[in-house]
Design a protein around this ligand. Structure first.
Ligand code: ZN
Ligand code: ZN
Length: 207
């Protein structure tokens, strides 16, 4: 939200003649960000990649009637914009940026990659296990076992642990009952396996 304001601010700093303006500017941009935040409806404030379908798509339809006069006056008096209309357009652009950021796709699962196998905790080559196996995604959504955003969660497992997980339960059961590593580890057989696997050197192919 503050990014657009800050972009403007940077040019103001360059025009200014004193470094002490910086903290004023921080305060100023916080004030503007806070004021613009209050204009947003609750659905916009909680916008995310998963709610993007239900929030308005045309930013031009957004009502800015709730924008406070002091906010608009501040923008004008600081020289951001020449008049009231431009101030609202500035706000609209800022909100459009915000919505784009808020609704961006979450980082891909590869970002969750761990160094160690999440079961045996050995530093060995890892594979990824879809905690909700892909083969049952359609069913999971239909039966509402999990929200859509859960579908892509993965655990990073070494090959032997990965095979073990698939040997103790079928896809549907994995999806329903064992959709986190913590849940998997609550099983006796997996817990015993973890204890055993942690001490093994199998499956280790370094370099
Ligand atoms: Zn492992
Ligand atoms: Zn798997």
């Amino acid at each position: 939200m503050a990014r657009r304001i800050l972009a403007h601010s940077t040019s103001l700093i360059q025009m200014g003649d004193s470094g002490s303006q910086e903290s004023d500017l921080d305060e100023f941009s916080s004030y503007l960000a806070l004021e613009s935040w209050t204009v947003l409806s609750p659905s916009l404030q909680s916008a995310s990649h998963f709610t993007r379908g239900s929030i308005l798509t045309d930013i031009d339809d957004l009502s800015l009637d709730a924008t406070s006069i002091p906010f608009v006056d501040t923008l004008i008096s600081y020289g951001f914009v020449p008049d009231h209309e431009e101030a609202l357009q500035f706000l609209r652009n800022t909100i459009a940026d915000y919505i784009e950021d808020a609704c961006a796709a979450p980082p891909p699962w590869s970002a969750t990659r761990t160094q160690e196998c999440e079961i045996c905790e050995r530093e060995v080559p890892l594979t990824y296990h879809h905690l909700i196996p892909r083969a049952v995604h359609a069913k999971v959504l239909k039966k509402r076992w999990h929200p859509e955003e859960m579908l892509n969660s993965v655990a990073w497992l070494c090959r032997p642990c990965h095979s073990m997980v698939h040997s103790v339960a079928k896809n549907e059961e994995l999806a329903k009952e064992y959709h986190t590593v913590a849940l998997l580890l609550k099983r006796d057989d997996i817990a015993k396996w973890k204890f055993y696997a942690a001490k093994q050197r199998f499956g280790v192919r370094r370099g």
